[in-house]
Design a protein around this ligand. Sequence first.
Ligand code: HEC
Ligand code: HEC
Ligand code: HEC
Ligand code: HEC
Ligand code: HEC
Length: 187
Amino acid sequence: MSVSRSQRKGLILGGIAAAIAIAVAGAALAARAFESDRLPPQPIAFNHRLHLERAQGIACLDCHSSATSQTYAGIPGKAICFGCHDPDPDPDDASADARKPAFDTLMAFAKDEGDIPWRRVTATREDVFFSHRRHVAVAKIDCRRCHGDMPERTSPPTHGPIVISMDECLSCHEETKASADCVSCHR
Ligand code: HEC
Ligand code: HEC
Ligand code: HEC
Ligand code: HEC
Ligand code: HEC
């Protein structure tokens, strides 16, 4: 059974009583990763911190370039990785990074026909509308404000989904005088 947009809107408005109950329950909606839901590993043990420290001048948008123009920020395909990494590296390279298992996994994708099958782990509920373009390009909010610990990570998250709570959305919307109408986000 599928629920139409207008039916869903009705459900949301009907949920005002529920929302008040949630407000009374207080901090129950804090940002959270579902610690119990262990994720299958990402195809490559990508290291954010290493890249941000060692790849001179690299920015979030070099790899997540859709964030300024689309609802999704996007996870980079292998063409971006091989813009820096030689797909046919010197087999005698004995540097520590070249010996990491993750490096071999990346190199296997150089010969593979397909792209790297990354999985998304940060997500809101299906009925919540969120646009990166609106927040990154229009409101000029730094990625770190919402994805605080991602740049510090040395390996991909192992538990998820990672959810930004309604309280977090609303506290900034109040602060910045952005819309607090239910239907701005629930559509
Ligand atoms: C702007 C350049 C740049 C891009 C783009 C880039 N890398 Fe790297 N990568 C580096 C640098 C610099 C290092 C540090 C080692 C070195 O000097 O080669 C590194 C190291 C690595 C390593 C080995 C170290 C470790 O901790 O495992 C892996 C694996 C890796 N990158 C995967 C990727 C993947 C996957 C992508 C695409 C999503 C990517 N890289 C995109 C510059 C880049
Ligand atoms: C060299 C490419 C590269 C750079 C630079 C980079 N990322 Fe990523 N990012 C990735 C890859 C690959 C993944 C998927 C694997 C993982 O989770 O580590 C990812 C995953 C993410 C995710 C999780 C996506 C999901 O599914 O939930 C967030 C959030 C994120 N990056 C934010 C950032 C921010 C913020 C910055 C800048 C501080 C940044 N990234 C810089 C390549 C990059
Ligand atoms: C105002 C908060 C906010 C800001 C600022 C923000 N994000 Fe996100 N990000 C989110 C939310 C919420 C989701 C989950 C979206 C969904 O489920 O549709 C998400 C999901 C993602 C994802 C995984 C899904 C996707 O969109 O591809 C990546 C990667 C990501 N963000 C990267 C970034 C980067 C890089 C920046 C800065 C250029 C950034 N985000 C800025 C809130 C934010
Ligand atoms: C750090 C501050 C901040 C956070 C956190 C934030 N937003 Fe926003 N949001 C803004 C600002 C500022 C605007 C107004 C941008 C503009 O001028 O168009 C906005 C606009 C929006 C709009 C467009 C509203 C309209 O006028 O139709 C939606 C939808 C939205 N945000 C959803 C979300 C959701 C969902 C979350 C949480 C997952 C979230 N936002 C978190 C600051 C934030
Ligand atoms: C700025 C964006 C935004 C606005 C405005 C907003 N919400 Fe939400 N709402 C969210 C996000 C994001 C979630 C999912 C977060 C989560 O799962 O914790 C959510 C979740 C919910 C839930 C489900 C809670 C649960 O635990 O499953 C209800 C009910 C809800 N919202 C009702 C409302 C009502 C009623 C209004 C208007 C008074 C409203 N929301 C306004 C962003 C918003």
